[in-house]
Design a protein around this ligand. Structure first.
Ligand SMILES: Cc1cc2nc3c(=O)[nH]c(=O)nc-3n(C[C@H](O)[C@H](O)[C@H](O)COP(=O)(O)O)c2cc1C
Length: 221
């Protein structure tokens, strides 16, 4: 049984998929469930996901992604899309959903509701759009991690022209924009990329230590 870390070492941004190897429906269901279970700020989930299997649509998307081969050769293509706008009505609908799913009254959620409404009202539409994209990236992280645990290959991608991809997917009408694409499937046998050493910053470079005295010194400056 491989460990979580073994699986993270195993994964890599796969560019050459074996088109004959397909992710089963059961595997896909689990991957999508991991995506759905992503953490998001307040739990608002201001993003949606689309599974794209249609080959014609995928080659269209590929044209707007510098013809990166993984778009068309992977078993499935998953698009993670953020909302373009967020308003009070969305928050109210979410509050109703919490009340329904947890069997509590809407009134009991008033404090939480007011906090979220304050958050939305206190930001410009540009700030909210940026914030929603950040939420979508967390979902992408959940997907990548889940795929690795299931030994399913994936390639996180933002190398595409979102304006065109949004048009291909009819997202403007749904108030969505594509944040990331993630082809999933299975690598070709003996992919040289799979054998390459994973390059990461050293622990010394990556983890910083801040001493309480350093903090006090900044405060006293
Ligand atoms: C947000 C994001 C966007 C990326 N976009 C692309 C992309 O468009 N095409 C691609 O081949 N790889 C893309 N990558 C993969 C990275 O290049 C890769 O994750 C990085 O080099 C680290 O390697 P590893 O994931 O194989 O460990 C992207 C990764 C992330 C997280």
């Amino acid at each position: 049984m491989s460990t979580y870390l073994d699986n993270l070492y195993w994964r890599y941004a796969t560019k050459t998929f074996d088109p004959s190897k397909k992710v089963s429906q059961a595997q896909l269901d689990d991957l999508l469930e991991a995506l759905r279970l992503s953490a998001s700020s307040y739990g608002l989930q201001p993003y949606r996901c689309i599974v794209i299997t249609d080959p014609v649509l995928r080659s269209k998307i590929s044209e707007h992604a510098w013809n990166q081969p993984q778009i068309t050769s992977a078993s499935h293509l998953i698009a993670i899309c953020a909302r373009r706008t967020l308003d009070e009505a969305y928050v109210e609908a979410y509050v109703s959903e919490i009340a329904r799913q947890r069997g509590v009254s809407i009134e009991s959620l008033k404090g939480f509701r007011d906090m979220m409404i304050g958050f939305v009202q206190g930001r410009t539409s540009e700030q909210l759009a940026e914030w929603m994209k950040r939420q979508a990236y967390i979902a992408l992280g959940f997907l990548l991690s889940a795929a690795a645990q299931m030994r399913i290959d994936a390639c996180p991608m933002e190398g595409f022209d979102a304006e065109h991809v949004d048009r291909d997917l009819g997202l403007l009408e749904r108030n969505l924009t594509t944040v990331a694409l993630c082809p999933v499937g299975f690598r070709v046998a003996n992919d040289p990329l799979a054998a390459q050493k994973k390059v990461r910053l050293s622990k010394e470079q990556f983890f910083l230590h801040v001493s309480p005295t350093a903090f006090e010194e900044t405060q006293n400056r």
